[in-house]
Ligand binder design. Sequence first.
Ligand code: PSU
Ligand code: MN
Length: 283
Amino acid sequence: MTRRVALETAVMTHGLPAPYNEQAGVQMCDAVRQAGGVPVVIGIIEGEPIVGLTEEQMRHLARHPAPQKVALHNLALVCAQRQSGGTTVSATLWLARRAGISVMATGGIGGVHRGDAHDISADLPALARLPLLVVCSGAKVILDLPATREWLETWGIPVVGYQTDELPGFYTAHTGLRVDAVANTVEQIGAFWHAHQHMGTGTAMLVVQPPPAEHAMPAKEVEAMIAQACAEAEAQGIQGAATTPYLLRRLAELSEGRTVPLNLALLKANAHLAGAIATVLED
Ligand code: PSU
Ligand code: MN
């Protein structure tokens, strides 16, 4: 029983502004440890994919002036060019899997973008083919959440709600979308994971929990800001990998910084839950 929990670094290089990005990394590691798990931070430093960054290496990445955003399409290329970067969920899952780690935590997974159903995060196909347990607050609310929910179902990725029957939407607890099953304890999550592994379909299993209630934002308020941010992104021709970082940054600005402590709080809560789950798994 290794109790290891993989943590991604794109949230630090591309998701949160300094100095909160560095705090996020340190606090997620602390949260995993508090729950009895062993944090393993994953990232790329000068071409080396590192599974288990030291705190110093993690800070180095967080302060890097021009880090790459690493997903499966550029993972090998970033390494071959000796670049440094933060790994998104897809690349983190791959590297974690190679190291025999089966639990990972993040904030919100990527998904199908609004208004552009062809822009699908590499997170989704990675979840469809890499059998890890991923703890998150659902998919990021900037996305087309019903389309993302459908995608998960189509590709056979079980969605387990931890003490909720609704798929959370990252900044907000309520989306009106359903989970596949509810688990009220980490032991129950362990039992679902065991059954999923035993069935051997080879997909990931998502475990979702709503953002901490004291920070969550009303869905209506969030929607208005997203509509504005999405319109601006389109007007400015923001595309591809730049879209998610742009929208997260604009939401932080439009909310006068309120999304940042919320993002930190949910990252910590997810790391804590992942740590607790890791302690009850047999592998
Ligand atoms: N969770 C957060 N903030 C983030 C991310 C997750 O709270 O920035 C990152 C993850 O690394 C995820 C990525 O893999 O956003 C999705 O980016 P894209 O939509 O470009 O695939
Ligand atoms: Mn994309």
